[in-house]
Write a protein that binds this ligand. Structure first.
Ligand SMILES: [Zn+2]
Length: 431
């Protein structure tokens, strides 16, 4: 069975209001987004589609009375048995499929592979299609009493989806209610977590919209692709992000003004973990048994959880240091330093003087040094002075380069215009 939609049936029901929204205005939006620099799409914009699948359609010549059957190869199947299940009663076709060297790929089909056949009312074969063991799309057509076979490369395809959600409890619940896959919700979280503290700043009624790709292989959903553009309205403040590729290798997210959405620093060195002890000038230390300041943030996480460098930088220290236990210190752009303490172990071959990039794993959560349980102690210093890493205004990563600014401008203008249209439509429908 081909998957038509990443949504389950139940979800579809819940989402009826959204589906209504999506039919009319979003097609316009999607056409427009087809112009976004999706060089990786490899498709002209006209082919970008939502939620429709090209099921085998009757060939024009035979459109009057034809029937489609679909069967899977079973263990021990013969071609004759398969044809019989497909309601094919056609001696010529049977001979061709059983003996022709051209149709060897059919006879070698693995158990479980699906075959679709189109027949006349009397069982004459009109066309047959299947995916070969080598993932080629095989099409066999009867033309003027002869059979023609063609093999097409497997079709990988990206389809665009638009989802709009509203916060009632948390981001993931809202994304789920909006029919957005978790992988897309994760991206949304990462995209805006530099600007929005999803633990503290989120409010009921905050809204988001995301345009994202879903990857299909021969019409079947494979996985969630990339968010191409998104908007998050947090406490009335609008944040927007647009994906733009300067070349085949490098893409990044920018605000409509061309500023990087990504911060030079990640807000947290651990994914999706909870702050167990915040930044303060005075707290009761559970091991030292006395009050002292806590000039960092503790992230609760199981021992062994990956710890990532929050920014590009140079490792200045790897080793043991008193209460910090196993600690890594990294210098960034001269004036910034980040500190990662209580590690169980370091990333393999990590050493002083090494260059690390943002998101690179530098070690693993542990409880070395003064720690009552596994957690990461993280410090963020500016000119040697500790700041609250969860609150400090993080510097932006580099903006769109001048060479690509006008190309980006065109994309961004289109995006903003369409998003405004979409938002007005949403508000109108939600009232
Ligand atoms: Zn700590």
């Amino acid at each position: 069975m081909l998957t038509q939609n990443p949504l389950s049936q139940e979800r579809k029901k819940k989402l009826r209001w959204f589906v209504t929204l999506s039919t009319l205005p979003l097609l316009g939006v999607l056409t427009a987004f087809g112009l976004v620099p999706q060089s990786d799409l490899g498709l002209p914009s006209a082919q970008v589609s939502i939620e429709d699948i090209a099921l085998p359609s009757a060939d024009d010549d035979y459109a009057v009375f034809s029937f489609w059957h679909s069967e899977r190869v079973q263990r021990g199947d013969t071609v004759a048995e398969l044809l019989s299940r497909l309601n094919i009663e056609d001696q010529d076709a049977s001979n061709y499929l059983r003996t022709s060297p051209e149709t060897e790929s059919l006879r070698k089909l693995s158990v479980g592979k699906e075959i679709q056949a189109e027949t006349s009312a009397t069982g004459e074969l009109i066309s047959l299609r299947y995916l070969s063991n080598h993932d080629e799309q095989i099409l066999i057509n009867k033309q003027d009493d002869a059979f023609k076979i063609i093999a097409l490369p497997a079709q990988f395809e990206k389809r665009l989806f638009v989802r709009t959600g509203e916060i009632k409890t948390n981001l993931y619940a809202a994304a789920d209610a909006a029919g957005m896959p978790e992988a897309a919700a994760n991206q949304l979280y990462e995209l805006f977590s530099g600007d929005i503290d999803f633990h503290h700043d989120l409010r009921v009624g905050d809204k988001f919209t995301a345009v994202f790709e879903m990857n299909y292989h021969n019409g079947a959903l494979m996985n969630t692709g990339r968010i191409l553009s998104a908007e998050f309205i947090n406490q009335g403040h609008v944040y927007r992000a647009i994906y733009f590729q300067e070349d085949d290798q490098h893409g990044d997210y920018y605000t409509p003004e061309g500023k990087s959405v990504q911060k030079a620093f990640l807000r947290s060195p651990i994914e999706y973990s909870r702050v167990s002890s915040g930044f303060s000038n005075s707290r009761f230390h559970p091991i030292l048994n006395k009050w002292r300041s806590h000039k960092g943030v503790d992230f609760a996480a199981p021992a062994g959880t990956k710890v990532k460098s929050t920014a590009d930088g140079i490792v200045t220290y790897v080793g043991r240091d008193g209460g910090y236990g196993n600690v890594v210190r990294i210098n960034h752009q001269g004036r910034y330093t980040t500190v990662y303490g209580h590690l169980s172990r370091f990333a393999l071959n990590l050493r002083k003087g090494q260059h690390v990039v943002q998101g690179e794993v530098i070690g693993y959560v542990g409880m070395t040094g003064l720690a009552s349980g596994p957690h990461l102690h993280y410090e963020f210093k500016i000119n040697g002075q500790q700041h609250n890493p969860m609150r400090v205004a993080l510097p932006d990563a580099k903006p769109i380069s001048n060479a690509y600014y006008s190309a980006f401008r065109a994309v961004a203008d289109e995006f903003v215009a369409r998003l405004n249209l979409l938002r007005n439509t949403n508000l109108a429908k939600l009232d």
